[in-house]
Design a protein. Sequence first.
Length: 316
Amino acid sequence: MASTPRTTPRTPPVTVRASAKVNLALGVGPRSEDGFHPLATVFEAVGIHDVITAGPRDDGAITVTVEGAQADLVPTDETNLACRAAELMRSRWAGPHLGADIHIVKSIPVAGGMAGGSADAAGALLACSVLWDIDTGPGDLHDLAAELGSDVPFALIGGVALGRGRGDRLVPVIFRGTHHWVFATAEEGLSTPGVYRRFDELGGGAGDLVPTALIAALTRGDIDAVAGGLGNDLQDAALDLRPELAGVLEAGIEAGAMAGLISGSGPTVAFLVGGEAIGRSVAKSLRGLPRVSAVKLARGPAQGAQLMAGTLEAGG
């Protein structure tokens, strides 16, 4: 049961850091009667983060402000997924008198297939549960996250996990070692529903098959086998909508990446590399491409949504 929530204008703000994700494998089944595609996907959280801060209000309003990379592309009204997360948390566990000022500092690409909106929603759930002094457990947060979107539950837990169903039924995957990634982002995002529509028009993919060889490679820490097991059933659809991304994939491989793939529904292109030095070399090659707006280097697996240092101490 939840404790009686409380907050006052003197309650200190709560700050949460949430990680981006890359789909190491994404198997997509045929569209079902409910309009969704069953998935078998291996998520990995990576060290590109958004920072979400929730501060108290005493007038019951929930506001969103955004700064950072591509901030102008992020809505600040009730359609923002972090705002929806706070509203959902309040409706189920708190009361209409509670409000919050949510501030998001963006580093995760917007509409880039790396679950930036989902990370913000996960961050808002955790931040508001602490801000409003609600006694929620991991299961409670997961249930709310699953209502918000397929990637939000994973954004809460991070690490590596197998996702089934819509991607929200998660099983942690044992992994060994650290992965080095290079991400090439595009100026213009891709609509996830649009990519799925093109996927259907192209005849679908191999289906929602669990990538057992990839999971075994992750457990062994066999980076070569991990590279060989990367795959994305949505890649052909994304490339059909954005043919120029094929050149980005080719350039990263030629520069020395072990493997490359479209991240989720795209258009971000993810490259697995053998270490930091080769990562810097691949990044340098990609930065010269006119189709690439930015290049980010990151390690994985990373943690999921987590309270920033000092938050608990500040809250007493």
